[in-house]
Design a protein around this ligand. Sequence first.
Ligand code: AP5
Ligand code: ZN
Length: 213
Amino acid sequence: KRLILIGPPGSGKGTQSPIIKDEYCLCHLATGDMLRAAVAAKTPLGLKAKEAMDKGELVSDDLVVGIIDEAMKKPSCQKGFILDGFPRTVVQAQKLDEMLAKQGTKIDKVLNFAIDDAILEERITGRWIHPTSGRTYHSKFAPPKVPGTDDVTGEPLIQRKDDTAEVLKSRLEAFHRQTEPVIDYYSKKRVVAQLHADKPPKEVTAEVQKALS
Ligand code: AP5
Ligand code: ZN
């Protein structure tokens, strides 16, 4: 399957991705994770992306399209993939369609993580991440066994630099202005499935499974 996960910051894309990935044996491509790795490694790409990310704005279409184009060539992504956080503009969606058309394939399903903005601040400001595995916790909704510590490795958890109430406002603005039109773009192609992303994680997983069956 070739899937896209679209939803505002904190809607649960990263939480549901590993479950879908394991169940369908797909490669998981998250542009946010790839950009954060580039920023941490101070690569030329990371240096270009950092400023926009810190402000909660989107990085340029050319940069992210380049990353995805490169990543999708991996053999593990040939049978199917989950795109988490891409495409985020209509231009990115058009470029993706062009890439797939060249391979004679197309997107099978777009999962729309629909949720009210009001819930997201609590989700974002309570999020804790284990940086090497990508495991995500929440101080209230999914607490680790020992606060600040990864359950599996015992290593420390971190918070994302853009996970503040203030930066969240710009991220939400970018979502409504630039990414919501992408949902309309795919609605016209009749591939969008609506999820109730405000429900508890297990119920969201059940909705994902239903949408993909
Ligand atoms: P990115 O990393 O993609 O961030 P985002 O879209 O803001 O999404 P998040 O990772 O914040 O949310 P999520 O839906 O994954 O939430 P999660 O499952 O972790 O992008 C970051 C930046 O990179 C962008 O601002 C931009 O600058 C740049 N960028 C990336 N892609 C780009 C692109 N294509 N073009 C241009 N720029 C790009 O859940 C959040 C919390 O809630 C967790 O603590 C979790 O435990 C909890 N939780 C999850 N589900 C539930 C539930 N059902 N109930 C209760 N709690 C829950
Ligand atoms: Zn995420």
